[in-house]
Design a protein around this ligand. Structure first.
Ligand SMILES: Cc1cc2nc3c(=O)[nH]c(=O)nc-3n(C[C@H](O)[C@H](O)[C@H](O)COP(=O)(O)OP(=O)(O)OC[C@H]3O[C@@H](n4cnc5c(N)ncnc54)[C@H](O)[C@@H]3O)c2cc1C
Length: 470
């Protein structure tokens, strides 16, 4: 039964997870009625255990709550400024976890479910939506997450094209460019190939001698790994093997695969041929992030940091994200969605949450928040103003809808991979903004990096407040 008391026609939100619940809340708070379709109660997923909205399927942590120098903490703060239901329910159900925001998962989900049920403009329908929204649902948001039910996934695939919907992610670690030691590494494309949009110097190359290579292979093979859950299946296919599985197939496999040294000359030591080379490729348009080519992995996070810092030039690498392979339904958003998360081929139909290619509870909810606001503004005939790129909202949105770059040397190959929010997605500060504070003696590497984070965080919150007020 509809609880609509507004003059607007309803917006349909499909999926009552982190993103869909937040989207529904934002739409309703803007005075527009919502019909929220959630299948749990009628049909479950392989990971959810309850019928509650916004169920946390695994960890109970929303990660760092430090809004002064951590990107996810900044995202928390921006969501609070925007009246987020997810953050309100998280704050009300917090459990002790140091500087992280962790929650009582049942209390959190109950609070979201109760707030949605009590909102006069939201009606919840327990049903599986089996195809793309019918045309009469003129404004709709799909927020069905990493475990989107198969019939709907098939319809999305039919609309977007077979290559545009992935069922697994295969994520190679991503490194902050400024933490790569360029006294050891050098820029060069293999055989100096320029390609359609390159310069011949598009990759960062890390050289290894024979001894270093064998020590690295030993560490890869010995490193702690995570397994697949039974329901995930084993998604290995030859173009996408975890790096450690390749290493297990033979000591030289990687030297003839992703670590081949051919066509590369060490700019610091041109006469000595590297035994193997690890290549990193630019990952975002800003050039602040590079991904390790072919290094998708099931190594545990702790082991990854340890093993990958054995690579010459990456000894002090900081990782914007570590690698992984998971069951995950997500679309190729940079080509499919416009800047307000609308499917270019279906005006009025938006995507939100993890299915757009963000990763994690907080990021998914934040993209739900934006999709909800955009949809409500569209229904009310208001201008759709995207958050500034300097905010955490804007940085994540830009990654999803366009900041990620497609590799020129692999035309047609999709390389968009899910991403957590991190400072590498934010535009650099204005030159001269990072000045030595008065009275501080040492202001180099670590101190400078800390100051940079703090200034980026402060700029984000300032610009977010201005965006919300404007
Ligand atoms: C096994 C697993 C473990 C994870 N662990 C973590 C973790 O520890 N920390 C973390 O931050 N992130 C984790 N994630 C990622 C996490 O799931 C997402 O970050 C977050 O839940 C995504 O929010 P969402 O709203 O996009 O999707 P979800 O929260 O999954 O919500 C999607 C909703 O849509 C519903 N739905 C699906 N299809 C239909 C349909 N056809 N009709 C109607 N309803 C439908 C589902 O029932 C679900 O309620 C994990 C994911 C998986 C699969």
């Amino acid at each position: 039964m509809s609880k609509d008391t507004s003059s607007h026609s309803p917006i349909h939100v499909i999926g009552g997870g982190l993103a869909g619940s937040e989207a529904a809340w934002q739409i309703a708070e803007a005075g527009v009625p919502v019909i929220l379709h959630e299948m749990r109660g009628v049909r479950g997923t392989d990971a959810h255990k309850t019928d509650g909205l916004a169920e946390l399927v695994c960890s109970n942590s929303f990660r760092s709550d430090d809004a002064t120098s951590n990107a996810v903490g900044v995202l928390h703060a921006e969501m609070r400024l925007a009246g987020s239901l997810i953050m309100k329910a998280a704050d009300a159900n917090q459990v002790p976890a140091g500087s992280a925001l962790a929650v009582d998962r049942d209390g959190f989900s109950d609070a979201v479910t109760a707030a949605i049920a009590a909102h006069p403009l939201i009606s919840v329908v327990r049903e599986e939506v089996r195809g793309l929204p019918p045309r009469e649902w003129d404004l709709a948001v799909i927020a069905t997450g990493p475990l989107t039910a198969p019939d709907l996934a098939e319809s999305i695939r039919a609309e977007t094209g077979a290559d545009a919907l992935a069922f697994f992610d295969a994520i190679a670690p991503i490194v902050y460019t400024e933490t790569i030691d360029m006294d050891i590494c050098w820029y060069q494309s293999r055989y100096d190939k320029v390609g359609p949009g390159g310069t011949g110097k598009d990759y960062i190359n890390c050289p290894m001698n024979e001894e270093q290579y064998h020590a690295f292979i030993d560490a890869l093979v010995a490193g702690d790994k995570t397994g697949f859950k039974e329901w995930e299946g084993t998604p290995y296919f030859d173009g996408c093997l975890p790096i450690e599985v390749m290493a297990e197939r033979g000591r030289e496999t990687l030297r003839y695969g992703p670590m081949k040294p051919m066509g590369l000359t060490n700019a610091h030591n041109p006469t000595v041929k590297a035994y193997a080379v690890v290549q990193l490729r630019q990952d975002n348009a800003l050039g602040t992030l590079y991904n390790m080519v072919g290094f998708q992995t099931k190594l545990k996070y702790g082991a990854q940091a340890e093993v990958f810092r054995m690579i010459p030039g990456l000894e002090n690498a900081e990782f914007a994200r570590l690698g992984g392979l998971h069951r995950n339904t997500y679309i190729n958003s940079p080509t499919l969605l416009d800047g307000t998360l609308t499917l270019k081929s279906r005006p009025g139909l938006r995507f939100a949450g993890q299915i757009t290619g963000c990763e994690g509870y907080v990021e998914s909810a934040s993209i739900g928040l934006l999709a909800g606001r955009f949809a409500a503004a569209e229904r009310k005939g208001q201008a759709l103003t995207a958050p500034p790129a300097t905010t955490a909202f804007g940085a994540l949105l830009n990654h999803i809808t366009g900041g990620h770059i497609v590799s020129d040397d692999e035309p047609g190959k999709r390389s968009f991979q899910p991403m957590n929010v991190n400072f590498g997605l934010f535009p650099p500060l204005d030159p001269g903004a990072i000045t030595k504070p008065e009275g501080v003696k040492r202001f180099r590497g670590k101190e400078k990096a800390a100051a940079k984070k703090q200034l980026t965080a402060a700029r984000a919150l300032n610009d977010c407040a201005a965006w919300l007020n404007g």
